[in-house]
Design a protein. Sequence first.
Length: 119
Amino acid sequence: MFTGRLIFKQVMDFIPLSTFHRCVTKYQGNSNVKTFTCLDQFLCMAFAQIAHRESLRDIEICLRSQNKKLYHMGIRGRVSRSTLADANEKRDWRIYAELAQHLIAIARDLYRKISFSKS
């Protein structure tokens, strides 16, 4: 039995959670939320993107098939189509836009470092 870390979790470790939590606080993303946090939503949608899932039903089925691994992936809330739909509809999109801008800035810095090291 494999006892190492899941590849998805290893990829998500590159996401700067301090920046993400700052964005969530700034836009009050977790206000009035009991179980399915902004981080749960982000991880579900990131998983869907990486796994090429095309619909909420597809995301739900895929994640529920790995129910015992969700905790190890960082997803703490219950995943269902209605929960994902509500989160996608009601959460402030600026949380994720600001995180994306931060990640783009990191990628640009890495690109510059690689470009200069080749010269």
